[in-house]
Write a protein that binds this ligand. Structure first.
Ligand code: ZN
Length: 102
């Protein structure tokens, strides 16, 4: 008679991915091929109106969006930052000149 297998043993600690440090910003490739640091802005923190370079429309205050700035400019000030609609940044790659393959 077979004994039921006990799911007793847990995997040893220390093999989990490092998910403890809250990394808010991430680095992604921008529409021009450069690396950008991307930081999400929560709606409650969006206090000003910005213009999205992706669609050239305003990002109204109170709209959650992303702010990006180039990682290769160490003194990136506010001038280098660009505020994007989140969906515009997500589809930035398809906003460039379309390449036709035939
Ligand atoms: Zn936009």
């Amino acid at each position: 008679m077979a004994r039921p297998r006990k799911p007793g043993r847990k995997p040893p600690r220390g093999e989990q991915p490092a998910a403890l440090s809250p990394v808010l910003a991430r680095v992604e490739t921008g529409p021009d091929g450069y690396q950008y640091e991307v930081r999400p802005i929560a709606a409650a923190r969006a206090l000003k109106t910005y213009r999205c370079p992706g669609c050239d429309h305003e990002i109204r205050s109170g709209t959650s969006h992303v702010v990006v700035w180039p990682t290769d400019s160490p003194q990136s000030g506010a001038d280098e930052r660009r505020h994007w609609h989140t969906p515009c940044w997500a589809s930035r790659a398809s906003r460039g000149p379309t390449r036709k393959w035939s």
